[in-house]
Structures are given as structure tokens and as C-alpha cells.
Design a protein around this ligand. Structure first.
Ligand SMILES: NC(=O)c1ccc[n+]([C@@H]2O[C@H](COP(=O)([O-])OP(=O)(O)OC[C@H]3O[C@@H](n4cnc5c(N)ncnc54)[C@H](O)[C@@H]3O)[C@@H](O)[C@H]2O)c1
Length: 381
């Protein structure tokens, strides 16, 4: 690990739709100097020059990588460039922040994680929502046990566009939902299935539905779409005692906690005695202090560099998201077959997850689950 001086000098590559937000926050972060902005497009550079006349600009990524003063690079280019750019930065001894998803394949992600480890450098992935005060509050509520046992999560992230040419809607939007779900459940899924269809660009799904199957009969659904007239950003987190509805489009009341549940009688002798009891209690809106997630995210990257500590959204966390997306892609091509994610979960979780808890076996069980080659190797070991 390079000894870090007080002011961290940062370069940013990619000033399209998202990059300027990172640039603005890096520019405003204390003890950080925005040293160089890079984009292949002269038009984008002209625009950035108007906003930041005192910052160096270049259209050459090589100039950024070889810049002797730059300590850390923020990569906000399309996903097909992430691996090569991050690899070049890490090989040049620069810390790297990569936008989500961190890479196109698990193999690329693994290589970046081990390269950062070997060179003692910070590798962070832009899973911005984990820095959202609403998601942080939701995590505190789940961890406190207030909602009881977490049973399932349903996420919907829909809007009209923005159509991408090189990745489908799951790779574009689901990283946000997956990162939040893994954070809340604090474990990896056992298997993933995904179905979808393309309506605008042949071969690039613009509507997908993903199903993540976790141990102990827990699951999550993720619906993503670029073909919806309304912007929808909701997540329902169902616990055995209470339920949380998170709506990120709400300006203030992003979380609502419902005191709602269904109870099954503990004992009954005849079917006539069996009744569900539906509990409807109060709903309340917890207070959440407003703060820009991106500001917290940029600050966390700088703090991790300065403190030489692993970021909350490290390369390893980013890799888990890519692992799920890659398995979802295999499932998509097999029309929704469940794809196993790792040997550990299968060995530990097979008995619990092959039933839905009522013993009727609904949901993808282990029979018929496709095991990718990497997982088969783990299972055979
Ligand atoms: N965290 C979030 O909430 C969030 C939101 C939107 C996008 N993103 C991510 O940000 C990244 C960028 O997305 P976007 O929508 O801004 O893309 P974009 O296409 O709008 O912008 C990409 C920019 O990179 C530049 N570029 C491409 N290749 C280059 C190269 N070789 N050298 C220098 N510049 C190059 C392009 O000229 C363009 O200006 C993606 O990974 C995306 O998933 C994250």
C-alpha cells in the first residue's frame, strides 16, 4: 500500500451521463484534488472545460494512467471498458473506483480483485444505493430484528430507457437491486433464475424478471424494465412481524413500515378450526436525514484510500453482483432454468431450500438446477 498523503489527486475517465456527477462530488470533497478529466469525446470535454476551466483535460486514457501525480482513478465509462481500464490503473499503482457493474464477466472481476490485493491498492465499485441514507436506515431496521425474520424481498426498477447497446436491462439496472438485497440479507443466494424478452433491440433484453433463491426459504424477485411509462423504484421487504416499503422516488418519505402480518394458528385438530389471522396495525414513516448518496460514496472511497481499509462496496462485493448477473445470463439463455451459484450454498442449503417451508416444494429446488463449471469444480473438490 502506498503511503497516502493528505490530499488525494484524482482523475476521472468518462463524462457522459453519470461521470459528471462523480466529477462534481470529487471536486467538492475535502482533501481531494480533481486533477484530470478524460473522455474520448471532444464534445464532452468542451462541456467539462466550461464547467471546470482550471482542471486539466485529455482525450487520452494513456495520459491519465501515466500521469505521475494521480493517486486514484474513477472509471465512469460503459461496462465494456471497465476491466481494461481498471487493470491498467491498478498495474500503474493507482487506486481504482469502477462504476457498476464492475466487469462483464466473473473472470474479469476476479482478476481485478486479485490484482488490487497483490498491489495493495483500493478497488471500490459504485454501488451507490448502499450509501443512500434510506437504504442504511432500512438495514438498521432489518438488523434490529424489528420486522422479525426476513422472508422475502420484491424489487421493481422500471423506466423508459435509457437503452444501452452493449448490455441488457438486467446488467444495467439490477446491480442496484442486487447490491441492496445482498446487503440486507447479508448472504449470497444459492441459485438464480431469470427470464426476459427484447422488444426494441434484437438480442438485448429490455424487460427481465430475476429470482434469487437464498437459504432458509428466503427469496428475492427483481423486475427491471426500460419499457415502462413510469419511473418506478420500489422494494418491499417482508418480515414475519412487519413489512417495509421503500420508494426511492418519494422525495422525503422513502420508507414506510407496516405493522402487518399473517398468523397461522399453532395447533388445530380439524380443518374447520384452521383460520389465518390477519394483523393490520399502524404504519409509520421513520425520519431519515437527507444526504447525497454520491457525496458519501466519493468520501468513502477517499477515506478507504487514506485509512488503507477495505471499502464497504469493495471489488469483492462488486464481484458477487457480477457472479449473479453472469448466472442470470446463463438462465436467460435457458429460458429461466435455475443456475446454482456456489458449492458452499448447495452443500449447506440443499435440504432447506428445496422446499417452501410448507413441504410442497414450490420455487426452484435443487433438482434441475444448472451448476456452472466453476461451481462444479468447487463441488467436486
Ligand atoms: N451508480 C449509478 O447510479 C449509475 C447511474 C448511471 C450510470 N452508471 C454507470 O456509469 C457508467 C457510465 O454510464 P453512462 O450512462 O454515463 O455512459 P455514457 O455512455 O453516457 O458515458 C460514457 C462516457 O465514456 C466516454 N468513453 C467511452 N470510451 C472511452 C475511452 N476509451 N476513453 C475515454 N472516454 C471514453 C464516452 O465518450 C462517454 O462520454 C456505467 O458503468 C453505468 O452503469 C451508474
Amino acid at each position: 500500500m502506498k503511503t497516502m498523503k493528505k490530499t488525494i489527486k484524482v482523475g476521472v475517465v468518462g463524462c457522459g451521463y453519470w461521470g459528471p456527477n462523480l466529477i462534481r462530488n470529487m471536486r467538492q470533497a475535502p482533501d481531494c484534488q480533481l486533477k484530470l478529466i478524460c473522455d474520448a469525446s471532444e464534445q464532452r470535454l468542451r462541456h467539462m472545460r466550461r464547467l471546470y476551466p482550471d482542471v486539466e483535460m485529455t482525450n487520452s486514457f494513456e495520459a491519465l494512467v501515466n500521469h505521475p501525480e494521480i493517486d486514484a482513478v474513477v472509471i465512469a465509462t460503459p461496462v465494456r471498458f471497465h476491466y481494461e481500464m481498471a487493470k491498467a490503473c491498478l498495474e500503474a499503482g493507482k487506486h481504482a473506483f469502477i462504476e457498476k457493474p464492475m466487469a462483464r464477466t466473473v473472470a474479469e472481476g476476479e482478476e481485478l480483485v486479485s490484482l488490487a490485493d497483490r498491489n495493495g491498492l483500493i478497488l471500490m465499485v459504485g454501488h451507490t444505493f448502499l450509501f443512500s441514507p434510506a437504504v442504511r436506515r432500512m438495514k438498521e431496521i432489518v438488523d434490529s430484528g424489528d420486522i422479525g425474520e426476513l422472508q422475502y424481498i420484491a424489487a421493481r426498477r422500471l423506466n423508459l430507457g435509457l437503452f444501452q447497446k452493449d448490455i441488457n436491462v438486467a446488467w444495467d439496472l439490477a446491480p442496484h437491486d442486487i447490491s441492496i438485497i445482498l446487503h440486507l440479507l447479508d448472504e449470497k443466494p444459492v441459485s438464480v433464475s431469470c427470464q426476459g424478452s427484447s422488444h426494441v433491440t434484437r438480442g438485448i433484453e429490455d424487460v427481465t424478471m430475476m429470482y434469487l433463491n437464498f437459504r432458509k426459504n428466503r427469496c428475492a424477485f427483481i423486475q427491471n424494465s426500460w419499457l415502462d411509462p413510469k419511473k418506478v423504484r420500489t422494494m418491499t421487504v417482508v418480515g414475519s412481524r412487519r413489512m417495509i416499503v421503500y420508494d426511492d422516488t418519494e422525495p422525503l418519505e422513502k420508507l414506510k413500515i407496516y405493522d402487518a402480518r399473517v398468523e397461522v394458528p399453532p395447533h388445530y385438530d380439524t380443518f374447520a378450526e384452521f383460520t389465518y389471522s390477519y394483523h393490520y396495525g399502524d404504519a409509520y414513516v421513520p425520519y431519515i436525514k437527507q444526504d447525497e448518496p454520491l457525496k458519501l460514496e466519493c468520501q468513502h472511497f477517499l477515506d478507504s484510500i487514506r485509512e488503507e481499509s477495505s471499502p464497504m462496496t469493495s471489488g469483492r462485493q462488486g464481484l458477487e453482483v457480477v457472479r449473479i448477473l453472469e448466472a442470470a445470463g446463463i438462465s436467460l439463455r435457458q429460458n429461466g432454468t435455475a443456475v446454482a451459484l456456489n458449492g458452499d450454498a448447495r452443500l449447506n442449503g440443499v435440504a432447506e431450500q428445496s422446499t417452501n417451508g410448507n413441504g410442497n416444494g414450490h420455487g426452484p429446488g435443487y433438482d434441475g438446477v444448472v451448476v456452472p463449471a466453476a461451481s462444479r469444480a468447487v463441488l467436486a473438490a
